[in-house]
Design a protein around this ligand. Structure first.
Ligand SMILES: [Zn+2]
Length: 273
């Protein structure tokens, strides 16, 4: 840990209000993990995206001494509602939740908030809408940043994975396997992948980490999803492994650690910190 030697925990929920107030005298950075509770095929637990966000936040906090708020276990998962256990916040609800969490943290003096999104891509419309609006109209003095695996791991993903990665695929399964080995049902890993060209068009973004291909979005609903992906998995996960998860995870932790270090020294122009 770089400082905050006196902190009993980097989890805000394990501290007292006096300890948080003490932290705020020295620092104003906080990590906000956001995940989902949605099906992740036969091999992955419902909380997979939240475990991804927790694991990233926890390891970054350990290396930088910044605080982490309790994770948001629910995300924008309407399209997975055909599967038992999925709990979804509508996009509008998630926007309001993100706004209220941000307002609370800003009120106490946190001035640099880093949202760590474990629900690759799908939570981004809500998170970005909420933060863009707050920063324009209410909190111009607060720096609001968003981390998403799809945007930070593009260069390493293709060197690690062997299949196209969309949902419940090799990379996210591997990462959780590495950090929480008991949560992956190894005997249920699958070779199956959805034939997106047939379901949507050759323009579907069938690999979230793939770049360069022209892509066109077509909306789908939970009923359609249950039909085109009956197991819940979109992508093959048979090549997943704890070792691949470690490479992928460590790379992302390092990127975010570098960003936090940069942010600690940052003095504006955003918000004129
Ligand atoms: Zn996921």
């Amino acid at each position: 840990m770089e400082k905050q030697k006196s902190l009993k925990s980097f989890w805000l929920n394990e501290l007292t209000w006096e300890e948080v107030a003490e932290y705020l005298k020295e620092d104003d950075i906080v990590l906000v993990p956001v995940g989902s509770t949605e099906e992740h095929g036969p091999a992955g637990p419902l909380g997979l995206d939240t475990y991804v966000a927790i694991a990233l936040a926890e390891d970054v906090a350990q290396k930088t001494g910044v605080l982490v708020v309790p994770p948001l276990w629910f995300g924008d998962s309407d399209h997975h509602l055909g599967f038992a256990g999925t709990i979804s916040l509508r996009t509008e609800t998630l926007i309001q939740v993100i706004k209220d969490v941000t307002r609370s943290l800003a009120r106490h003096g946190f001035r640099k908030l880093i949202f760590i999104n474990g629900h690759k891509k799908a939570n981004l419309p809500a998170i970005n809408t909420a933060l863009k609006d707050l920063h324009e109209y209410e909190l111009p003095q607060v720096l609001l940043a968003v981390v998403d695996p799809v945007k930070i791991a593009g260069s390493i993903a293709s060197k690690i994975k062997e299949h196209k990665e969309h949902h419940a695929g090799e990379l996210e399964i591997s990462e959780v396997w590495y950090k929480y080995p008991k949560l992956i049902r190894q005997e249920k890993l699958t070779k199956e992948e959805v034939n997106f060209e047939k379901v949507f068009s050759p323009f579907f973004q069938d690999d979230l980490f793939g770049a360069g291909k022209p892509t066109i979005d077509i909306m789908w609903n939970s009923k359609e999803q249950k039909e085109f992906a009956p197991s819940g998995s979109f992508s093959a996960s048979d090549k997943a492994s704890s070792q691949k998860g470690k490479k992928y995870h460590d790379y992302m932790v390092e990127v975010v650690v570098q960003f936090v270090r940069w942010l600690k020294a940052y003095k504006g122009p955003i918000g004129n910190q």
